[in-house]
Design a protein around this ligand. Structure first.
Ligand code: PDD
Length: 278
């Protein structure tokens, strides 16, 4: 693979960053994961807008305009011979003598971009649905920032891996937040709900998309606090992310969700999602 690092295109195996990069030392950076279908970004401007928000929130000067970011994405995509891809963008505060607070002297942010094959869940996986486990959300209170400081998410994903399931669905004080790397939705009596967009979850680009799809599909949607009991009593539970698209959850902690099969709201949203891509 050919990657982008600080203005240069280079083979991944030759890309190097200094060990004092604050991304390495402190996880002091933000990232984006953008799906590309037929080599075109899907909701690209939404992803760039979220990158701007993440950078702004942690006080890293955004090194590029929206048009420049989109051109860079295109450059990386064109340099690699893949059709459907995931473009990963990481921006860190840059290289400086180790000290927790921001460096006093101006630093140049490190910008890294790579692309990898986009492997969405297979038709088989979608037809069967996936299993999840629950756990307490032990992350910090700035989950709205798409930060590379992902230790909490890493440990949640590892917990799911150890249980041989797709995701760990997290709860804070008894209320649903999100999974280790996806947003979580519940359906009850035909109505879709998700936790509010606040500091306790990452606002997925699919969050906004699914809200729009609900309007066009006539599905009632409500953002609200959702208890753990409601999740277990739901007719359907869904996951959404750039890599999972929309995915039905059919068991949680080995208990069946609804009738244990992907439901009608999933089917409708999935079809609408595929249409939106085209
Ligand atoms: N993760 N919540 C968390 C904690 C996430 O990491 C993600 C995405 C989402 C969904 O956001 P979106 O719809 O924009 O993909 C929600 C990406 C895919 C990742 O970290 O690889």
């Amino acid at each position: 693979p050919i990657v982008y690092l600080n203005g240069e295109m280079t083979p991944l195996s030759e890309a190097r960053i200094p060990v004092l990069d604050r991304g390495f030392i402190f996880g002091d950076g933000v990232y984006e994961v953008i799906p590309m279908y037929a080599r075109k970004p899907f909701r690209g401007t939404h992803h760039i807008a979220r990158l701007f928000r993440s950078l702004g929130t942690i006080g890293i000067t955004n090194p590029h305009s929206e048009a420049e970011w989109l051109a860079l994405i295109d450059r990386v995509v064109q340099a690699n011979d893949l059709s459907d891809q995931i473009v990963y963008i990481q921006v860190t505060r840059g290289v400086a003598k180790r000290g927790h607070a921001f460096p006093k002297d101006p630093v140049t942010p490190t910008v890294f971009m790579m692309t990898s094959p986009l492997a969405v869940p297979s038709a088989e996986v979608r037809a069967k649905g996936v299993a999840c486990v629950t756990m307490q959300d032990k992350r910090w209170l700035n989950c709205q920032i798409k930060s590379t400081s992902l230790l909490g998410n890493v440990l949640a994903a590892q917990y799911a891996a150890e249980h041989e399931v797709t995701e760990a669905i997290q709860f804070r004080d008894g209320f649903l937040s999100e999974a280790s790397s996806s947003n979580v939705w519940i359906v009850k009596d035909g109505k879709l709900s998700a936790p509010p967009k606040d500091n306790l979850i990452l606002e997925g680009i699919r969050y906004g998309l699914i809200e729009e799809l609900c309007k066009s599909q006539g599905i009632v949607f409500e953002a609200r606090r959702i208890t753990q009991e409601e999740v277990f009593a739901a007719d359907e539970v869904l996951l959404s992310s750039a890599t999972k698209e929309v995915l039905p959850v059919v068991t949680i902690d080995d208990k069946a969700v609804g009738n244990g099969k992907p439901g009608p709201v999933f089917t409708k949203l999935y079809a609408a999602y595929q249409d939106a891509k085209a």
